[in-house]
Design a protein around this ligand. Structure first.
Ligand code: AQP
Length: 336
């Protein structure tokens, strides 16, 4: 008898142009695990409402992100890819879990502290973000949650919320585990290697490489990447060598070579200029097929929406019974 495949849930926000950090930290891992795992991948549009945005741009970004995911290799016959707001169980379950989550747990979240510091007026959604994320994961009884390093704290909080619910209402949720990629768990900004590469900062030219950027733009951004004055190409944990370390880590994540082999590839480089071009070249080659293929989906939004509707249908089949179970256990009258 074949063993049950581990179930995976992971999400990505349509907050801006998907970048190299999203690709290496999430999308690439999602595509890789499709045969061994049972996957639910979600474009978390409700999460993206927690920061200021424009509604028309959101629709466009959501379809663009879906096209990138399909073009990168998410296969709808192997994985379920859907839009969060199409499965109403996420928002409904969020209210239920809000009622078991202490506010103090949410106030401690690093992402909330970072994002709220950048906003004049803080919406309730921003502090509630991790509870909605917990619903995303728990509605599917996910075993694994592949995330970049930045989201690990939210998966730990999800486990705490699940444990508290299970204690109060009886065993309901499986305990999910974060799965952090061994390399490129945190791709840093090319303009500032101390700051995470982020969609919200992507409008600053030189910060991020967009998955859909053309080769000239990618080369331009890498050529301007911040480095140091040591002129020494090696991996390092030292803060003042973070730029070079980031470039080497990106190269390593794409080529899947060992650290030693990566350093050997640049042993004859004449300086950081060669390093930057070498990294840009592997990135350009990795992203080219995605850029070319994504146009096919964007040119036919009706077909794209139909693919997403099919994903939502499959997601609902799993999420709705779990929501019913939560409602039942919490004492709500069912069946109307
Ligand atoms: N720089 C990064 N390095 C590695 N992984 C990253 N991820 C994000 N940035 C990096 C991973 O990508 C997945 C989707 O991220 P998200 O859309 O949920 O939002 P985020 O983590 O908040 O990413 P951004 O790009 O920085 O968006 P904004 O600017 O909107 O906050 C996650 O698995 C994440 O870990």
């Amino acid at each position: 008898m074949s063993e049950k495949k581990p179930r995976v849930f992971s999400g990505i926000q349509p907050t801006g142009e998907p970048h190299l950090g999203n690709y290496l930290g999430a999308i690439k891992q999602w595509v890789k695990g499709q045969d061994e795992k049972e996957n639910f991948f979600c474009i978390v549009d409700l999460h993206s409402l927690t920061v200021p945005y424009d509604p028309e741009g959101l629709r466009e970004r959501t379809r663009k992100l879906a096209s990138v995911l399909f073009a990168a290799g998410i296969d709808p016959d192997k994985s379920v890819l859907f839009i969060q707001s199409h499965v109403s169980a996420h928002a409904e379950a969020c209210w239920l879990l809000n009622c078991v989550t202490p506010l103090g747990w949410l106030q401690k979240m690093t992402q909330f502290k970072d994002k709220s510091a950048k906003q004049e007026s803080i919406g309730t959604g921003l502090i509630d973000y991790p509870v909605l994320m917990a619903c995303d994961i728990l509605l599917y009884n996910a075993d694994e949650v592949p995330v970049g390093d930045d989201q690990k704290q939210h998966v730990e909080l999800t486990r705490n919320i699940a444990g508290r619910f299970n204690n109060i209402y009886g065993e309901t949720f499986a305990m999910p585990a974060p799965v952090i990629p061994k390399v490129a768990a945190r791709v840093m900004g090319l303009d500032d290697p101390m700051a995470k590469m982020s969609k919200s900062s992507s409008s600053v030219r030189g910060h991020a490489v967009g998955v859909l950027d053309d080769p000239d733009e990618i080369l331009y951004v890498f050529k301007r990447a911040k480095t140091d004055s040591y002129n020494e190409i090696r991996f390092s944990d030292e803060e003042d060598r973070a730029g070079v370390n980031n470039l080497l880590s990106i190269y390593q994540a794409i080529t899947r070579k060992s650290k030693g082999d990566v350093e050997a590839d640049f042993a004859n480089a004449r300086g950081y200029g060669d390093l930057k071009v070498g990294v840009a070249e592997v990135v350009i080659d990795a992203l080219r097929p995605i850029r070319e293929e994504s146009g096919k989906y964007l040119d036919d939004p009706v077909a794209l929406d139909a693919m997403l509707a099919r994903g939502a249908e499959q997601a609902r089949e799993v999420a709705m019974p779990k929501l019913r179970e939560m409602q039942e256990k919490m004492g709500l009258i069912m069946g109307l």
